[in-house]
Ligand binder design. Structure first.
Ligand SMILES: Nc1ncnc2c1ncn2[C@@H]1O[C@H](COP(=O)(O)OP(=O)(O)OP(=O)(O)O)[C@@H](O)[C@H]1O
Ligand SMILES: [Mg+2]
Length: 276
């Protein structure tokens, strides 16, 4: 944790990344983590969760894309012991991947109402104090209703911000997916961290770019990242690549703008399912 200009910031667990955002993510922020498959979003979240354990925060990790075991295994590859953190009641992994074996910390239904209910239960179980929330990913909740993405994101933020959570909310993005994944999250988020992959001379290279971080004089360059065995995600160097090369194609940005306009009317209404 670092406090700069009166703002308390949470370390992401990746020191070089923290330096790009004045020390970390401001407490209480809801940050969107977005990118194509295999770009490092989940691994970034795992670092953030592990740093929470180190800093004595409560950690709630909702996984919809992979099982709880898969997250624990991925973490152990970087020498992070999530199993122990769970035993020590510092962490709860809510498994939302539909499967036969359901337990207390499974999500029975992929709805945002169920999500916030379970997160609040987890928060009560872990107890009072600064809390890190990871939802990997939010896209699962609006797969069949992308137009609702913004409204759902707004609901989740509005309800959960009272619970002292600082959240990373993942959403997938693929060039071919246009509107199907919904873009609502980014409009509601206090920050946007974008992961991107590029094939250069036959080699897959990954980048990260901070597109938005409120109240923060953040770095504006794309940084190359590597995922290393035993270490996880590391920043290599800023790239000469122009930020527009890493942003979304104009056609997609236009569609996002149209979706934003469409949902503007919705968001001014109180969501009918927002009563707690
Ligand atoms: N132990 C490891 N050592 C080296 N690289 C690894 C290791 N574990 C994972 N990776 C790399 O990280 C990639 C997965 O990253 P991650 O799961 O964070 O992607 P993601 O952005 O969450 O993708 P998705 O949207 O599909 O969930 C793998 O494809 C692999 O290239
Ligand atoms: Mg992932």
């Amino acid at each position: 944790m670092s406090i700069s200009k009166g703002i308390e910031r949470l370390s992401t667990g990746i020191r070089k990344f923290d330096e790009l955002i004045e020390g970390g993510i401001p407490r209480g922020f809801f940050v969107s983590v977005v990118g194509e498959p295999g770009t490092g979003k989940t691994i970034f979240c795992i670092h953030y969760a592990n740093q929470g354990i180190i800093d004595g925060d409560r950690v709630i990790y909702v996984t919809t894309e992979e099982s709880r075991e898969s997250i624990i295994n991925q973490a152990s590859q970087f020498n992070f012991d999530f199993e122990k953190a769970i035993q020590d009641k510092k962490m709860i992994i809510i498994d939302a991947l539909m499967k036969e074996k359901l337990d207390e910390w499974s999500l029975f239904e992929l709805t945002v109402e169920e999500l916030v209910k379970k997160v609040i239960e987890a928060k009560k179980e872990l107890g009072y104090g600064r809390t890190r929330l990871i939802v990997d990913s939010m896209s699962a909740f609006w797969l069949d209703k992308p137009a609702m993405a913004r409204r759902m994101s707004y609901f989740v933020k509005r309800v959960l911000h009272k619970w002292d959570v600082t959240a990373l909310l993942v959403s997938q993005y693929a060039v071919t997916s246009d509107l199907s994944y919904g873009f609502g999250l980014e409009h509601v988020a206090d920050g946007i961290i974008r992961f991107k992959k590029v094939i250069m001379r036959g080699e897959l290279r990954r980048f990260v770019l901070i597109e938005k971080m409120r109240q923060t004089n953040h770095d504006l360059r794309a940084h190359e990242i590597r995922i290393l065995p035993g270490q996880g995600l590391v920043l290599v160097s800023p790239t000469e690549m122009r930020s527009q090369d890493l942003r979304m194609p104009p056609k997609v940005i236009k569609k996002m703008e149209e979706a934003k306009e469409k949902s503007r009317a919705q968001i001014t209404d109180e969501p009918e399912w927002s009563s707690e």
